[in-house]
Ligand binder design. Sequence first.
Ligand SMILES: *Cc1c(COP(=O)(O)O)cnc(C)c1O
Length: 393
Amino acid sequence: MKFEVDEFGYYGQFGGAFIPEMLYPNVEELRENYLNIIYTKSFQEDFHYLLKDYVGRPTPLYFASRLSERYNAKIYLKREDLCHTGAHKINNTIGQILLAKRLGKKKIIAETGAGQHGVATATVCALMGMECMVYMGKHDMERQRPNVERMRILGTKVIPALSGSMTLKDATNEAMRHWINNPTDTHYIIGSVVGPHPYPDIVARFQSVISEEIKKQLIEKEGNPFPDYVIACVGGGSNAAGAFYHYLNDEHVNLIGVEAAGKGIDSGDSAATTALGKPGVLHGSKTILMQTEDGQVVEPYSISAGLDYPGIGPMHAHLFDVGRVQFMSATDDEAMNAGIELSRTEGIIPAIETAHAVAMLGKMEFAKDDVVVINLSGRGDKDLETYIKWGKY
Ligand SMILES: *Cc1c(COP(=O)(O)O)cnc(C)c1O
């Protein structure tokens, strides 16, 4: 079984590049050049230097002893929450800004939902002295004000998307439109393993540093690079792709992707894509997405803005399809409870996205010596308002 992308940009039946003709030259330029650029010695040196001294990698693999005792397994937390800007997203934006520079681009555009990818993009643009514009739904700008101001402090222009529901998918549409009109000098930094080929592959490769480190760290701690389980939440799927990447062909390692069930899978307010979705095309690739009988995209819902997405990346659609990754889900309440539990047992307040992965501990059965790695994708600072509103602590 092959889990990686093929030469046509497909993962099994999913992937590809379903783009308007006008976008073809931009995407083709990337496709032709990305592998040659990112595997040069100078690129790898720059990338790893910045990951180390700027982002703070390697992030610790922390043995959570109190949590382990409670769930009767050896639980490790991969601390992506300790990355600069508070989540794994910066691994990818560092990689893409270096790629953009080598392609001779002068300007960066991006889209953002909750603002984490926008902040990570604004950060690397400040670092490299590049002009940056981030498209964000007007509705999201109102709910995520601190991240909007963070981007502005970093010198980025935040442009409200005023169409549709004024959220992530509308911001994505407007960023695409901008890119069509400014093909030669602009690079579009996509924030998850979604979009037309080669984006899902680019983002997965940059995030794969996560599982590369987990393997080394587990050899040190357990004398064996293979855990029994790797658990990660899935919005578009970039932190999960990074945590799974170097284990895909080690089929004795169980990989668990966790989606947001919102108010319940069958409540009508959910973002549990694999449970509810069907194959279709979303944001330039064939994948699994939540849609009506006649193919209209269904508005997703989750308490966590980062998981509030109607699709998943094509790599995950394939991994689901062939059964390599088991998909589970957590409701808003389960995730919030898990967030509080992690805060109280280990002194770590997680992002609410991340709390969905933590919630699996209460839903799974482990054998006594099972080694379980949870990818702690981000910290909870940005979610304080949501924790306060939820109130049950
Ligand atoms: C953006 C985000 C996610 C969801 O995105 P993926 O691409 O699925 O990783 C999860 N956790 C945190 C902390 C995020 O910021």
